[in-house]
Design a protein around this ligand. Structure first.
Ligand SMILES: Nc1ncnc2c1ncn2[C@@H]1O[C@H](COP(=O)(O)OP(=O)(O)OP(=O)(O)O)[C@@H](O)[C@H]1O
Length: 442
């Protein structure tokens, strides 16, 4: 598909969700982007997708504020007019203002459903929001992906500012923090950097695990943390593991993270899952009967992002086909996600899916070289094999071109390190993982 510069920028903001029969579901973060995709881009995207899938398909675009554009989407290219253009800004950024805390309006305490899995974390977050700088400093929230850590961080920011509008709040994920830090060195703006992160009353820092191994950034974060803490300002941190499991972060920092309060979030129980779905349906103003919510809630158990994604898929499918949302429709739409069949995942399906994800054909000239490289990453336990199959490391080596088990172990370690350090890698791995499972069920 030939696309203008601007169109390419918009295309990069789209996240593909699923293909169900002749419908391709896409998600974007903003209404503005949805309008553009549905207007200007509908025809070329539909044509390109139909060509590549070999059949006529339709597209359905939903707005989901939690959708992050694929990494480097905006940086590599010029961003659309309305999108953030952080990378393009060269002059000194303004010091933090109370108007610009970087908060997602959807993530508030009002929209957060409390259950036994998150009650303590919620109570601690609320206490911090009510009197920042006083108790539980720092507050450290940890737990698996998609369980509401980011939501709670934003909720703290909103509620703090609701109670005291002059409070200076700043939300940042640790990758943005890293980029800001690197850019500040490059552009000789370290003073502005310091002001941005130290002249705040509440610093909310997300996914701290991505700072692991980044020594200089960690050092800077350590100073930021100390400066804020000493000044009685509040720091709230989230991570996918508890402080003591944060490898690659010095002991002196990990101990500081444990000074305040640590609390985890667990996967929600069935009741909470259904309550979350009900709230989401109400917020999006879609009618989804109880048995549909129960079906989704009973079958998608470990990740709230996936839970919400399933509901979006079902309701979008119904809207597109002008059908009511009912149980049989939900079963059809979600059949590749939900299946009783625990079918075996083979080494070749892992290689095939991974190659496919990166757009590499095994038949292409040099394709085998690229695939061989992918095999290294595909042997990682996060990506796939050890957590998806019962194969031993030597057996995995055999399947992946006769490599011995030390090579497999090395590949595992290498990719693990990258996952720990780069959000993009982490997202890619999760996505590949999901596709492998999905395809093995299909
Ligand atoms: N208790 C809850 N009530 C309502 N919605 C929730 C709840 N927990 C999570 N969600 C929703 O689930 C989605 C994923 O949550 P969130 O992004 O906060 O997860 P996370 O733990 O930060 O994940 P990650 O570690 O991948 O960043 C969000 O859309 C969020 O609003």
């Amino acid at each position: 598909m030939k696309a203008s510069h601007q169109n390419r920028s918009f295309i990069r903001l789209i996240k593909p969700l699923a293909v169900v029969e002749d419908n391709v579901f896409l998600a974007v973060a903003q209404d503005f982007t949805k309008n553009y995709v549905e207007g200007t881009l509908r025809e070329p995207i539909t044509r390109a997708l139909s060509e590549s899938l070999g059949r006529e398909v339709r597209i359905a675009v939903t707005v989901d504020a939690s959708v992050e554009p694929p990494a480097s989407a905006v940086e590599e290219d010029e961003a659309p007019e309305s999108a953030p253009r952080a990378a393009a800004v060269r002059e000194e950024p303004p010091a933090p203002t109370v108007e610009d805390p970087h908060l997602n309006p959807r993530y508030t305490f009002d929209t957060f459903v409390i259950g036994s899995s998150n009650r303590f974390a919620h109570a601690a977050a609320l206490a911090v929001a009510e009197s920042p700088g006083k108790t539980y400093n720092p507050l450290f929230i940890y737990g698996d992906s998609g369980l509401g850590k980011t939501h709670l961080l934003h909720a703290i920011g909103h509620y703090t500012r609701h109670l005291k509008p002059q409070t200076r709040v700043r939300y940042v994920n640790s990758e943005e923090f890293t980029n800001d830090f690197i850019n500040s060195i490059r552009d000789d703006r370290s003073l502005t950097f310091k002001r941005t992160y130290r002249e705040v009353d509440v610093l909310l820092i997300d996914d701290i695990q991505f700072l692991q191994g980044k020594e200089q950034t960690l050092e800077e974060f350590f100073h930021t943390f100390n400066a804020l803490h000493n000044a009685g300002k509040h720091v709230v941190i989230t991570s996918d593991v508890s402080p003591r499991h944060l490898d690659g972060i010095e002991e002196r920092m990990r101990t500081r993270f444990e000074w305040g309060l640590m609390t985890d979030v667990q996967p929600p129980d069935l009741e909470t899952r259904i309550a979350i779905l009900r709230k989401k349906a109400a917020a999006d103003d879609v009618a989804a009967p109880g048995d549909v919510l129960e079906y989704i809630g009973s079958n998608i158990t470990s990740n709230i992002r996936e839970l919400e994604g399933a509901l979006i898929r079902v309701t979008a499918f119904a809207a597109l086909n002008k059908q009511p949302v009912d149980l049989s429709l939900a079963q059809v739409v979600l059949k590749d996600l939900i299946s009783d069949d625990d079918s075996e995942i083979t080494a070749s399906s892992i290689i095939g899916t991974t190659a496919d994800y990166f757009g590499i054909s095994m038949d292409e000239p040099h394709g085998h070289v690229a695939v061989a490289r992918l095999r290294d990453s595909a042997t990682d336990r996060h990506v796939s094999v050890p957590s998806l199959t019962d194969l031993s490391l030597p057996k995995i080596g055999e399947h992946f071109g006769g490599k011995d088990h030390t090579t497999v172990m090395y590949a595992v370690k290498k990719v693990e390190d990258q996952i720990a350090q780069r959000r993009q890698m982490y997202n890619q791995v999760n996505e590949i993982h999901a596709r492998i499972k999905q395809q093995s069920r299909a």
